[in-house]
Ligand binder design. Structure first.
Ligand SMILES: Nc1ncnc2c1ncn2[C@@H]1O[C@H](COP(=O)(O)OP(=O)(O)OP(=O)(O)O)[C@@H](O)[C@H]1O
Ligand SMILES: [Mg+2]
Length: 686
């Protein structure tokens, strides 16, 4: 029992709530006496009747109930029965206080009603205290066990919650890592950590798709620490090694180099790193990235190349235009000399030679103009098959016996929309290039097929239908470092006098000006394929050649004409004037548009024909003729143009004939005849 007392004492010491005893007796004296005995065992709650006892039981917990057997109203047995019948109270031990007798019948009834013990009155304080203490002790212990269990449950719950949380966080982390890894894997990038002073450089750790980027397993790099250095492009090697050295002192660095991957291809890498500080503040490690910038480099190169070609085109076009004017004057002058001056055979040969040289110059200039996309094109609907036949005829003698020309034209080829003679020239250029690439002979294949482009910008073209003509040879190919240059005018690898380097330039300019493009696929030693892409002709109706392309018919001129001639270029004007005089016409010259208009205004009916240069300062030839027609609406006119593509001449008044520089006497006479005839036809029709 000593344990019990100390047990309850411990409970109190622990600050646990004091246990309560419910004492039920209708006798005040008994209540007082028992309460006094039990006060230091537990808190004693008094009830003076069974009903009051039940009310107390509704409100709180009790360690034990001391129940007087005989009470007026509800007696001890009935009260006990009620207590036992309620779920919340049925386990509270009931000790009967009985003064009456100890007959076994009585006792049995009490036990049957749920009593656990009896204490007989008059109460022995020691016995009562011990008995009650046992129940209080039990109660306290049960409470403690419950508390402990609750506490443990709480701990358990918390642990489970913590574990679940940990699991969730771990899962999230794993997912994030997986996502990161997936992103890294799909990017053309490798992350690395590398010792600051590692020689040779070998990363300690890599993340990202090292294998996809380099073609090597990272273990291969660890096994051969010199791998990185060994596979640097020879031209970039010094720069890359300097980059590695430089970043050690600068604590950060970025450099680019070409590197040969496992499959032999070269990639452009951008290698960037910064020095990291460890916990001790030492900087011993680089954290960096290697980024594959091959595609960007290729795009940059492409852009630079097309800008360069554009710039060369502008320059060439400008020079060619000026030369064209000069050559026109030279040829015109030579014509006059031939016609006006009686010459010995010797002198005539010299003039012939000079003319020949000037004509060659004209031919050169026309190829330059073609490259500069300033050629006068007369596009029409072209059946490629027919073209094949004519080019084949033209070349049959040129190719020689060692070379076989194989035409592979698809059956359902679309017609192309292009200038027929320029396309013939272009094909001949490509075929001759192919022949020159195969000095020991071989087969040149000219294939044509239809191509529908759906993605705008593919091959630098708009989306749409194209006819692709490809000339393929089995020759030595073009080395990769030259491939960007072969399109440039005057780039040739042929010996002096054998090639001008204008062939591909001309084809390139022609294809571009026609709304198509030129592509070259070649590898040293593996032959060359040059493709001309031309837009598909839209409708068969287009096949009618344009008015500008009408063949010139030499019409009779009606005697001498009074011609008003405008050209800002004095040399060209004098030559043209002389030609006109040779043809028997009378010429009045003007140096620009406004002067020509002044002359016409002064004598509106005095002139039969205006001949005007197109490109002039102040006002253009077209505009001059338009204003002249305001003064004399019926006056025939001819526009002479050095370069501006006839089709693109803006604001050309109707029925104005275009004459291209340089021109000979016959062409000139024909143009004049045409202009006068058209005019008279128009007048007759009115
Ligand atoms: N089919 C090919 N095979 C190998 N190299 C080629 C081929 N076509 C062109 N080339 C290279 O490109 C260079 C330029 O060609 P391009 O046709 O512009 O000029 P060219 O043939 O040298 O002279 P031109 O055509 O003016 O007589 C050639 O000198 C040659 O080095
Ligand atoms: Mg050529």
């Amino acid at each position: 029992m000593a344990r019990s007392f100390s047990g309850s004492g411990d409970m109190r010491a622990l600050g646990a709530e004091r246990a309560r005893i419910l004492l039920v007796d209708d006798d005040e004296r008994n209540l007082l006496a028992v309460k006094t005995v039990l006060d230091d065992v537990a808190e004693v709650v008094l009830a003076r009747s069974g009903e009051e006892a039940l009310r107390h039981l509704l409100r709180g917990e009790f360690a034990v109930i001391l129940l007087d057997v005989y009470m007026p109203g509800m007696d001890g047995y009935e009260t006990a029965q009620m207590i036992r019948s309620r779920e919340q109270t049925k386990r509270i031990p009931i000790v009967f206080l009985s003064a009456v007798n100890k007959e076994s019948e009585h006792l049995l009834r009490g036990y049957a009603m749920g009593a656990v013990d009896y204490v007989f009155k008059p109460v022995d304080p020691v016995v009562l205290k011990s008995k009650v203490a046992v129940f209080v002790d039990l109660f306290q212990m049960r409470r403690e066990i419950q508390r402990n269990a609750a506490h443990e449950q709480k701990l358990l719950d918390a642990t489970i919650r913590a574990n679940a949380e940990k699991l969730r966080v771990e899962q999230e982390l794993r997912l994030a890592e997986q996502r990161q890894a997936a992103i890294l894997q799909s990017l053309p990038i490798v992350l690395y950590l590398e010792d600051r002073d590692a020689v040779p450089r070998v990363p300690r750790f890599v993340a990202g798709n090292f294998q996809a980027l380099t073609g090597f397993d990272f273990d291969a790099v660890r096994a051969n620490p010199n791998l990185w250095e060994e596979r640097l492009h020879p031209e970039d090697r010094d720069r890359a090694l300097a980059g590695i050295a430089g970043r050690r002192s600068a604590q950060a660095g970025a450099f680019e180099y070409r590197w040969q991957c496992a499959d032999g291809t070269w990639k452009h890498f951008l290698d960037q790193a910064v020095l990291l500080r460890d916990d001790m503040g030492n900087m011993t490690e680089f954290a960096g990235t290697i980024l594959d910038v091959t595609e960007r480099k290729a795009l940059e190169a492409q852009l630079t190349h097309s800008l360069k070609m554009d710039a060369i085109g502008k320059l060439t076009g400008g020079i060619a235009h000026d030369f064209n004017n000069l050559l026109a004057a030279v040829l015109g002058g030579l014509g006059m000399i031939e016609r006006r001056i009686p010459m010995s055979d010797d002198q005539r040969r010299i003039v012939e030679m000079t003319r020949h040289a000037a004509e060659q110059g004209t031919e050169l200039v026309s190829r330059l103009l073609s490259f500069a996309r300033r050629q006068t094109l007369e596009p029409s609907t072209l059946p490629i098959r027919r073209l094949g036949a004519s080019v084949g005829d033209l070349l049959s003698h040129t190719l020689g016996g060692l070379v076989r020309l194989d035409w592979q034209l698809a059956d359902d080829l679309w017609p192309a929309y292009a200038d027929a003679s320029q396309l013939e020239l272009a094909l001949m250029n490509l075929i001759i290039n192919a022949r020159d690439a195969m000095p020991d002979g071989g087969t040149i294949t000219v294939a044509a097929e239809n191509r529908a482009l759906t993605t705008p910008g593919e091959y630098g073209l708009d989306a749409g239908d194209y006819v692709l003509i490809a000339v393929t040879d089995e020759g030595g190919g073009i080395p990769s470092h030259l491939i960007d240059q072969v399109l440039e005018p005057f780039f040739t690898t042929k010996e002096q006098g054998k090639g001008t380097g204008l062939g591909l330039s001309m084809v390139y300019g022609f294809a571009q000006q026609s709304g198509g493009t030129l592509r070259i696929e070649s590898e040293a030693g593996a032959g060359t394929r040059v493709e001309i892409w031309l837009p598909r002709a839209l409708a068969e109706a287009d096949s009618e050649p344009e008015a500008a392309a009408e063949p010139l018919e030499i019409a009779e001129t009606r005697g001498a004409l009074r011609v008003l001639l405008v050209d800002d270029h004095a040399g060209a004007r004098v030559t043209t004037a002389a030609l006109l005089q040779d043809l028997g016409h009378e010429v009045v010259e003007a140096a620009d548009g406004p002067k020509m208009l002044d002359l016409l205004r002064a004598r509106p009916a005095d002139f039969d024909l205006i001949i005007s240069d197109y490109a002039m300062p102040l006002i253009s030839g077209s505009e001059g003729i338009r204003q002249a027609r305001e003064i004399n609406p019926d006056i025939p006119a001819i526009l002479i143009t050095g370069y501006a593509e006839a089709a693109s001449i803006s604001g050309r008044p109707a029925d104005v004939h275009i004459l291209l520089k340089p021109f000979g006497t016959e062409q000139f006479a024909a143009a004049i005849g045409n202009a006068m005839t058209r005019r008279s036809v128009a007048i007759a029709a009115e």
